[in-house]
Design a binder for this molecule. Structure first.
Ligand code: BMA
Length: 326
């Protein structure tokens, strides 16, 4: 039996696959679930991270403000669909003013390891790099050292130590709209010092949805078949970049080894809210919820750099699809 490893989440957001839908990942009928103007001063809310917390859900949301500052905000929800997002930036306490970002940054991910929640995000320090902060209560946030030298994006932690080490995926880049990009993995004994960098997988040669660059999406999901990694892939067309997302299964003990990589994308910009916005043709997943009891997966993804969408998959069907299409 192909299953997700982890806890039950009976209140996971869910909508059954629409009749006649032949896709393995399908969209919420309520999309976009979060609009541009969820709080005063916001120009857009997208590429954001959520997770279960207390009897509901908590999230770190990316906003581009009307000043076009890129900022991080805390949000809460009872059902994972309707969110209250704070107008204030997250107050990150940092011992070293040299790297303190005061809640600015973008593309956050949220990962629970033991009893600590870690936020990783794209942090500007002489160019994009990976910032890390920790919290135990979502009231006090401590900003740690940046994980890497610039330039880097899409820092995604694993939800448990492997071989006694923290592991993080990332995507070395350039300071601009990077026209290349492969996923690497790094390890750390203490969440401060990162090394033993290894290649995981790269963009694909030829004409395909991930020919330009790829980057890890949500925190990898542990399954009986390996770590389920949703990741975005970019096609460079004559109309600019198109961001779709797909999935791979990584070895459980040596996650730099790719077991299966699904050839077709799982979701690509098609709906109006994905194809029209501040940056057209972008679907960019940053978080996923799972329920072990039912195998349900809910994926949160940024749409056209403007709003947040929700999509669903059923674990056994998805794992089977990835393996058959690898
Ligand atoms: C990437 C990141 C994402 C964004 C995407 C499309 O480089 O900056 O935040 O969604 O470009 O603009």
């Amino acid at each position: 039996m192909q299953t997700i490893v982890g806890g039950a989440l009976p209140n996971i957001p869910w909508e059954d696959k629409p009749a006649g839908c032949t896709d393995v990942v399908w969209r919420s009928a309520k999309n976009p679930i979060i609009g541009r103007y969820a709080f005063e001063g916001s120009n857009s809310i997208f590429n954001s991270a959520v997770m279960p917390y207390d009897d509901g859900f908590i999230g770190i949301f990316r906003s581009d403000l009307k000043t076009r500052q890129q900022t991080l905000h805390l949000g809460r929800s009872k059902d994972g669909v309707n969110w209250e997002i704070e107008k204030e930036l997250i107050d990150l306490i940092c011992d070293d003013p040299e790297i303190a970002t005061h809640g600015e940054g973008y593309d956050p991910r949220l990962c629970k390891i033991d009893d600590t929640y870690y936020i990783t995000w794209c942090n500007q320090y002489h160019g994009p790099t990976i910032g890390i902060a920790s919290t135990k209560d979502f009231k006090t946030f401590k900003q740690l050292e940046n994980a890497f030298l610039p330039f880097n994006r899409n820092g995604v932690l694993f939800p448990r130590k492997i071989g006694g080490q923290y592991l993080m995926l990332s995507r070395p880049s350039d300071p601009g709209h990077t026209p290349f990009g492969d996923i690497f993995i790094s390890e750390s004994p203490d969440m401060i010092h990162w090394g033993k960098h290894r290649f995981v997988m790269g963009s694909k040669d030829g004409q395909n949805w991930e020919s330009c660059k790829i980057g890890a999406g949500p925190i990898p999901i542990e399954t009986s078949e390996g770590w389920l990694l949703f990741y975005h892939g970019v096609l460079n067309s004559c109309n600019g970049f198109t961001y779709s997302f797909g999935a791979a299964l990584l070895d459980l003990e040596q996650p730099w080894k790719v077991k299966y990589r699904c050839k077709p994308y799982l979701l690509s910009p098609i709906e109006l809210y994905e194809t029209v916005g501040d940056v057209p043709n972008v679907t960019f997943p940053c978080a996923a919820l799972t329920d072990t009891a039912t195998g349900r997966i809910a994926i949160y993804y940024g749409c056209a750099d403007s709003v947040v969408g929700l999509a669903y998959a059923q674990a056994d069907e998805l794992l089977d699809y990835i393996k058959r299409n690898a």
